[in-house]
Design a protein around this ligand. Structure first.
Ligand SMILES: *Cc1c(COP(=O)(O)O)cnc(C)c1O
Length: 395
């Protein structure tokens, strides 16, 4: 059996997105900036996509800026807020220790330019609170950027409350909603969001396409110099087929949000309950509020990488943290942020499901994973020390 359980890394494109992409690759080849009909046809596709995307978040079409993905949207938001802040002498930014590297590394760049960055501690349950944000905001704070839902442990932050604090204090609020878009209900007005990033390939759209929502009146600073596309804020001829496919995937996801949530949550809960029976393991992050498809465990005494390789041999695609850190031997910064010790953080497994996964697949995961963990423990020197009492169990 083959089980794809790494939907937080990327998703399979759905038919609605593939159909839109293929159609527009073959039919809508014009440049949207051209004035003749073929160009204007492409422009129309682009503007329809903008309307569809805006509608999913309760935004206005002119507040939507298409980008090459989530990383670019995060960088555009953070760079722009920093430029606005610097003009007023405000060079302090509040974020969290468990953001995606697109945010953390963008903040590192600003730090090198003289900005001061406060990274909030994340509680053991994988949540930050609006009170923490309120306490961290200073008169010189120009931006709060906090992810909607964490890509490794799936915990959902109190976004509306954090947004309300920011609004009250007059500070811009950006949220990296790459894991949330298409999976959770989002309303930028009701949730007090000023800027929001999404990426199509995390909700069954194509890779290399994303979007930044920026509330009307927020002046963006282009990252790319060039033409006047995207209201002068994002140069480069638009990826019309990709953008149309993103809109199709998002429309589809938003239309089926409730039923997908229900189906995926049920599979997730079966998986969490089943894996919890493995001795000396722990679920990472609060069980609730949590993304419908996210399961993330630490198993004491094993290496996550070995687990992944053995699971791959059984047809199971999973992850030990984020795709971005796999390949490096450092434990996940997210697991360290929620207080997991290094040794424990190394033994992590993330399974991220979508509505295409089935009960039979969950049965297969529950049949395959426990014996593999047991096998790895049987050959692990660390496990030997734990069992003999030379080291004490942490989980
Ligand atoms: C995947 C991801 C990104 C990066 O998006 P890309 O489109 O791959 O650049 C950013 N933030 C989070 C939370 C993600 O999961």
């Amino acid at each position: 059996m083959k089980v794809y359980a790494d939907n937080a890394a990327t998703t399979m494109m759905h038919d609605a997105a593939i159909d839109a992409m293929v159609y527009h690759i073959s039919h809508t080849f014009g440049n949207p900036s051209s004035l003749y009909t073929i160009g204007q046809d492409a422009k129309e596709v682009l503007e329809q996509a903008r309307q569809d995307v805006a509608a999913c978040f309760g935004a206005q079409p002119r507040e939507i800026y298409f980008t090459s993905g989530g990383s670019e949207a995060d960088n555009l938001a953070i760079t722009s807020a920093a430029a606005l802040g610097a003009k007023k002498g405000k060079k302090h930014i509040v974020s969290t220790a468990f953001e995606h590297h697109a945010v953390l590394h963008a903040l590192d760049k600003l730090k090198a330019q003289g900005f001061e960055i406060t990274l909030l501690d994340v509680h053991a349950d994988g949540l930050v609170t609006a009170d923490q944000v309120a306490a961290a905001i200073r008169p010189d704070t120009c931006l709060v950027t906090i992810m909607f839902a964490n890509n490794e442990i799936g915990t959902i932050q109190p976004i509306a409350e954090i947004g309300a604090v920011c609004r009250e204090k007059g500070v811009l609020f950006h949220t990296d909603a790459v894991q949330a878009a298409g999976h959770l209900a989002i309303d930028v007005a009701a949730q007090n969001i000023d800027m929001l990033s999404i990426s199509a390939h995390k909700f069954h759209g194509p890779k290399g396409v994303g979007m930044l929502y920026a509330r009307r009146g927020i002046l963006l600073t282009p990252l790319i110099a060039g033409g006047a596309q995207e209201r002068g804020k994002r140069a480069g001829t638009e990826n019309v087929p990709g953008i149309a496919a993103m809109a199709a995937a998002l429309k589809d996801a938003c239309a089926h949000l409730e039923e997908n949530t229900e189906a995926v949550t049920r599979l997730r809960d079966r998986l969490i309950d089943g894996l919890s029976r493995i001795p000396h393991c722990a679920l990472n992050g609060a069980r609730s509020p949590r993304l419908p498809g996210n399961v993330n465990f630490c198993f004491e005494g094993i290496e996550g990488e070995s687990l992944l390789l053995l699971l791959d041999a059984k047809g199971i695609s999973a992850s030990s943290g984020s795709a971005c850190t796999s390949g490096s031997l450092d434990p996940s910064h997210v697991l360290l942020a929620i207080g997991r010790p290094h040794e424990v953080a190394h033994g992590s497994l993330r399974l991220s499901l979508c509505a295409d996964n089935t009960d039979a697949e969950v049965d297969y995961l529950l049949a395959q994973i426990p014996p593999v963990v047991e096998y790895l423990r049987s050959i692990s020197p660390v496990w030997k020390d734990l069992v003999s009492g030379k080291k004490s169990f942490m989980l």
